[in-house]
Design a protein around this ligand. Sequence first.
Ligand code: GDP
Length: 211
Amino acid sequence: MEFRSVSFRGSYLRAQDRPKQWFPQIAFAGRSNVGKSSLLNWLLKQSVARVAKAPGKTRTLNFYLVNDNLFLVDLPGYGYAKVARHLREQWGRELDAYLAKEERIAGVVSLIDIRHSPTALDLELQGLLKELGLASVIVLTKADKLGRSKRHQRQRDVQSQLGLPSPPIATSVAAGEGRRELLRAVAGLADSWRELQQERTHGTEEEKREG
Ligand code: GDP
């Protein structure tokens, strides 16, 4: 997969404001400063997301329509608020509702800085995704900050910490690494979601014929 066309579709929070198209949504999450905006711009090959903005200010979801059949959704960064200690408190009820109720979420790409162990909030997010039955792809960002062997060690560490079936993807926007792997993972999430939709539609048609 390659992203042929990209357009910013707006910042929304409430369900009624979100785009109406029945396309899969791939959400991107991570703590503030993890490199999420940089990664999105790099992935989309254009400067659509704002890099190094004031952290923890926006609580909206930014929608990017890709190839006219898929949305990438930039979720607010977490980890800066001093008062709310839990992810769900920090993100607020609306975001919690987005993850819990939006049926078009095909998966969540969770970003973790390769130099640091997953934070308590990163772990909470993984717990939440599991609880909601949402597919999760882990990406270790800023891989250029470590040498090869350290990098592989961190991939193995995070794999065992999070109990992943395979090592997480390591990306570097600065060195241009891991883009193809990440695109493949995004395409995989979207394909699985589409298959499920087809099974559902097919299932109901069969039920109609039978009924
Ligand atoms: P966000 O808050 O998660 O959106 O993070 P940003 O995209 O604003 O990035 C935070 C900082 O990390 C910025 O100074 C970026 O230039 C830097 N950064 C992002 N990605 C990389 C990377 O792959 N390698 C390096 N060395 N720095 C990066």
